[in-house]
Design a protein around this ligand. Structure first.
Ligand SMILES: Cc1ncc(C[n+]2csc(CCOP(=O)(O)OP(=O)(O)O)c2C)c(N)n1
Ligand SMILES: [Mg+2]
Length: 631
């Protein structure tokens, strides 16, 4: 057996470069890792850094400005690739490593693959305490990287080079398995990074990963079909799992064959084209009237590839009388809802269920009601999104801006991908954004992490360079994390960034008042000031300083003109627009639980508490069992 003498870092990088996937359209073999994002420090520059340099042709290294941001870019890349291709991220020890923690949690909750490679302290302990080493008084084995354990799907610390023989195949398995998929953390002590050993050449043989689909068990399909046949008011809810399983066609076929309307979650939006007659729009707190009205009356909900998060599906607030059928590749998720469980890939599961149901169709009256409500919702969206002229002195709100962005698409040859994560915009985009292409709506809403937007946009653009990537975010998110604008300029990865400046944390300000609180510490005008003037931030000037083109606009008409310039630009282009923080799209939505204080001297808090207690009485706490016609 021939061997190669390599350092642990060299072996690691060589192995990553040998992992391949087959492009499903062209059949071409592609690297599974699209590259490595790296910020070097003493914990990785000499070891991993040297190895990355050697393999820079096969596995490109990208430099960013903030570890959380570059990990977010890597995660967004994997999401845009429907989890088929991904990236690795390497950091120094200490602060560089802990800057990754938020992103690890984000990938964990969103079930997205990313390989995190934080540097770690010396295994030898010879230089202890080395620069940036925290010291645990009672446990000699602890470093800051132990914080990654609860936010990794697989965690390992490589204390001897040959541990890669077991750690790397396990890591690849977790990264490519539909049910386990999430962040993998391999903590790399810096002395071990530089240590050499003999590696069999076979270890680095090209490996083509396949993304296996889990077929359903026949008895699960029988039980699910039985529950559906008894349903008078069935609704399908599709989540991100349906998108990642590329089940769009299966969802459309199921809806049309069996006449069951479809509602979507933030992660699942785009699975079914927006104009499909049975497309109800989003469910839950940011949901449409069509989806929420029907879900409130549903007796069976078929939840496909969703975590059944209350906010995005209304699972606890809305369908209190419905039996839930979960179709999920992950047993943890399949168990939720306490109803019928089908443990399977979304595409295969829907296909088998449809076959079993044969000619069964939902009752005509229910289908007609669904189509009617869906049509009314589409008309409402049209009305909001086509509003151009506003009364003098009225600032636009997010809905009118979304309309302008979508209209400007008519002048483009590229298909848009909108990227967003937190603030007012996720609710508005979920209600109003229209997409026909799976992946055209990129919302990070599992963690809804402020600061994901620009970095995420960069990752999406790297995955889909032929698409127009439009990042929409609030002033708050922008100020939290924006430096990857400079990276997008450096890498020539053009983004259109639209900043909606309502001068503060608008959505939390509204939430605070809905809970009876006074406007306090959210909008800039309501915060402590060192002088009489609240700060005014020139976002366009800020972006220009990082090399982007940028302008500030004052109206929807000006925005439309700026969007034409932005679409024509080859460089990252930022448009800042002042917006109204009070107006939102009122139609749709549903209650969700935000705990209101039991004691307060404020009457408005007491009133909010009474409403809260009443709403809690209607919350779904127990699974609905039995056949629909038995209750
Ligand atoms: C990292 C992080 N910190 C805090 C929050 C809680 N949070 C959600 S939205 C929001 C305010 C967002 O402000 P902005 O981006 O300006 O959007 P707006 O609501 O004003 O439209 C806050 C503080 C969060 N989601 N993520
Ligand atoms: Mg704001």
């Amino acid at each position: 057996m021939s061997t190669l003498r390599l350092t642990m870092s060299q072996a690691l990088v060589r192995y990553l470069a040998a992992q391949k996937v087959r492009d499903e359209d062209s059949g071409e073999l592609l690297p599974m890792f699209g590259g490595v994002f790296a910020i070097f420090g003493h914990g990785n520059v000499a070891g991993v850094g040297e190895a990355l340099y050697q393999h820079r042709e096969q596995l490109p290294t990208y430099r960013a400005h903030n570890e959380q941001a570059m990990a977010n870019a890597a995660i967004a890349y994997a999401k845009a690739q429907m989890r088929r291709r991904m990236m690795a991220v390497t950091t120094s020890i200490g602060p560089g490593a802990t800057n990754l923690l938020t992103s690890a949690a984000l990938a964990h909750v969103n079930r997205l693959p990313v390989l995190l490679l934080p540097g770690d302290i010396f295994v030898s302990r010879a230089p202890d305490p080395v620069l940036q080493q925290i010291e645990d008084f009672s446990d000699g084995t602890v470093s800051v990287n132990d914080c990654f354990r609860p936010v990794s799907r697989y965690f390992d610390r490589i204390v001897r080079p040959e541990q890669l023989f077991t750690a790397l195949p396990r890591a690849m398995h977790v990264l490519t398995d539909a049910a386990l998929c999430g962040p993998v953390t391999l903590a790399l002590p810096q002395d071990v990074q530089a240590e050499a050993c003999d590696w069999p050449e076979d270890f680095f043989t090209e490996r083509v990963h396949s993304f296996r689909r889990l077929p359903p068990a026949p008895e699960d399909i029988t039980a699910a079909a039985d529950a559906l046949r008894h349903a008078k008011h069935p609704v399908v809810v599709v989540g991100g799992g349906a998108l990642y399983a590329q089940a769009s066609e299966a969802v459309r076929h199921f809806a049309e064959t069996h006449g069951v309307p479809v509602a979507e979650t933030q992660a699942g939006k785009g699975t079914l084209a927006w104009h499909h007659p049975l497309q109800l729009g989003p469910a839950g707190v940011c949901g449409s009237t069509a989806a929420n009205d029907l879900l409130a009356d549903a007796d069976v909900v078929l939840a496909v590839g969703t975590r059944l998060q209350d906010f995005t599906t209304g699972s606890n607030a809305l369908y209190r009388h419905a039996r839930i059928i979960t179709l999920n590749v992950n047993g943890y998720d399949a168990l939720k809802g306490g109803g019928v469980q089908v443990l399977a890939d979304a595409r295969l599961g829907l296909g088998a269920l449809s076959k079993e149901l044969g000619a069964w169709r939902a009752k005509q009256a229910w289908r007609e009601r669904a189509e009617q409500l869906a049509k009314q919702w589409r008309e409402l969206v049209d009305k909001i999104a086509s509003r151009r002229e506003l009364p003098a002195g009225t600032l636009p709100y997010d809905g009118e801006i979304i309309g302008a962005v979508q209209r400007s698409h008519a002048h483009s040859t590229r298909d848009d991908i909108v990227v967003c994560a937190a603030g007012t915009l996720p609710a508005e985009l979920e209600k109003l954004w229209r997409t026909e292409t799976p992946g055209g709506y990129h919302m990070e809403y599992g963690y809804s992490c402020m600061g994901y937007e620009i970095a995420g946009g960069l990752g999406v653009k790297m995955a889909k360079p032929e698409r127009e990537v439009i990042v929409m975010l609030g002033d708050g998110s922008y100020l939290m994390l924006n430096a990857e604008i400079a990276t997008s300029v450096m890498l020539g990865q053009k983004l259109i960034v639209i900043v909606l400046d309502n001068r503060g944390f608008g959505c939390i300000n509204r939430l605070q008042q809905a809970c009876g609180g006074p406007p306090f510490n959210n909008m800039l005008d309501d915060c402590l000031h060192g002088s009489d003037d609240a700060p005014a931030i020139d976002f366009a000037a800020h972006a220009r300083a990082m090399g982007a083109q940028a302008e500030h606009v004052r109206s929807i008409a000006e925005l439309e003109q700026a969007l034409t310039r932005a679409r024509a630009s080859t460089r990252t282009y930022l448009i800042a627009i002042d917006t109204d923080h009070r107006r939102t799209t009122e139609a749709g939505g549903c209650w969700w639980e935000v705990a209101v204080p039991e004691m307060s001297e404020r009457e408005s808090v007491q009133a909010a508490r009474r409403d809260y207690e009443q709403a809690k009485e209607r919350q779904r706490l127990y699974p609905v069992t039995g056949k629909p016609d038995e209750h």
